[in-house]
Design a protein around this ligand. Structure first.
Ligand code: AMP
Length: 345
């Protein structure tokens, strides 16, 4: 933009007029790069009231020098609705300047409602609120050397509740979802629901589940995506039984990234194998689950966990997101241990 403006202005000494407050960093960097002599001045307009662009632009400091006959370039940090330009043109209407050009670092084409010509545009951006490099959010952030987009969605809390079959994930998830107002998604439960309702997904999953094998990744990932989409307004999720493979963990990261979010922690219930087998056989007496009734299938599920799923501990440990919790004890004690981890996130 500097090169283009200096070419266009030739050898006349221009006056660059920055619009305060937002443009101070831009003007400073701009004139440092300007290759020829120039003058710099500022006018101060207030267009933002807190965080909302208002129609009513106030002139706080107007022109303090005579600019008649001069080449003037307005330097704006950002033009969105264009309301500020109304006041700029009003200020210059009777100044008899030789030329008045408008240069803006950022421009929101979808928000622009005026007809004034914009002579120089740095970067076109979508209608999102940005902050930093002179631009503020309710007074703050002007000092930041980089530009950021304000996050508009509430940050979510997303937990992976982890542990071998029988560790008590479902039981604990019931408490945690109430306490932290999260949506609990148990992939095992969703599969069982589909089997009960004899859906295509259920029929497909059943053949794997009955043997204690994992359902293929793509089937599981598609189903999980759908469950998350059904709860688009959630404060966050407790993922129970998912992810169970690296591919699933990567798919989950991608899904959450698309929502400007992430997994905050994997909380893992650690329970000894023999305790698990005992618990699952006992559950099988009442749960009606075929995969809880047979000790060899139970042992296969635990084996699957260690051979395929336990590697996810490394996946989350490497991001400092793994928290092991002793899963042996009474239900309340374990809830307290899990809450201590979550409260510290
Ligand atoms: P669970 O209720 O979590 O013990 O899951 C019961 C069964 O559902 C597992 O043994 C698998 O066959 C299947 N399943 C549940 N979640 C997944 C997953 N994330 N990936 C593959 N299979 C799964």
């Amino acid at each position: 933009m500097v090169d283009q403006i200096s070419d266009d202005l030739g050898d006349e000494i221009p006056v660059f007029v920055g619009i305060l407050n937002g443009s101070f960093m831009f003007v400073s960097d701009f004139v440092k790069k300007y290759p020829k002599p120039c003058e710099v001045t500022f006018i101060k307009l207030a267009s933002y009231e807190g965080v909302k662009s208002t129609e009513d632009i106030q002139r706080l400091i107007g022109l303090t020098q005579d600019l008649s006959g001069r080449e003037v370039v307005i330097l704006e940090d950002i033009i969105d609705s264009g309301n500020t330009l109304v006041e700029v043109h009003r200020i210059f209407k009777n100044e008899n300047v030789k030329s008045l050009k408008i240069a803006t670092l950022f421009y929101k084409p979808e928000a622009y409602k005026k007809d004034f010509k914009l002579d120089y545009i740095g970067i076109k951006i979508p209608t999102k609120f940005i902050v930093g490099y002179g631009l503020d959010y309710d007074g703050l952030g002007r000092d930041l050397p980089e530009v950021y987009q304000l996050q508009t969605t509430q940050p979510m809390t997303n937990l992976v509740l982890f542990g071998p079959p029988g560790a008590g994930k479902g039981t604990q998830a019931d408490f945690l979802k109430e306490k932290y107002n999260l949506v609990h998604i148990s992939t095992g439960d969703v599969f069982r629901y589909n089997i009960k309702n004899e859906t295509a997904l259920g029929m497909l999953a059943k053949s794997f589940m009955d043997k204690g094998e994992l359902v293929p990744d793509q089937v599981t990932i598609d189903m999980l995506n759908e469950e998350v989409e059904k709860n688009a307004d959630a404060n966050g999720f407790i993922f129970d039984g998912f992810p169970r493979t690296n591919a699933q963990a990567e798919a989950l990261d991608k899904l959450l990234k698309d929502k400007d979010s992430q997994i905050n922690a994997m909380v893992a219930l650690e329970v000894d194998d023999e305790v698990l087998v005992g618990r699952l056989l006992k559950r099988g007496e009442t749960s009606g689950r075929a995969d809880d009734a047979d000790e060899s299938i139970i042992r296969n599920r635990i084996k699957q966990y260690y051979s395929k799923t336990a590697i996810l501990k490394d996946y989350y440990s490497s991001q400092n997101k793994y928290f092991g919790v002793d899963g042996v004890g009474n239900i309340e004690e374990i809830t307290v241990r899990l809450s201590a981890v979550i409260d510290n996130l």
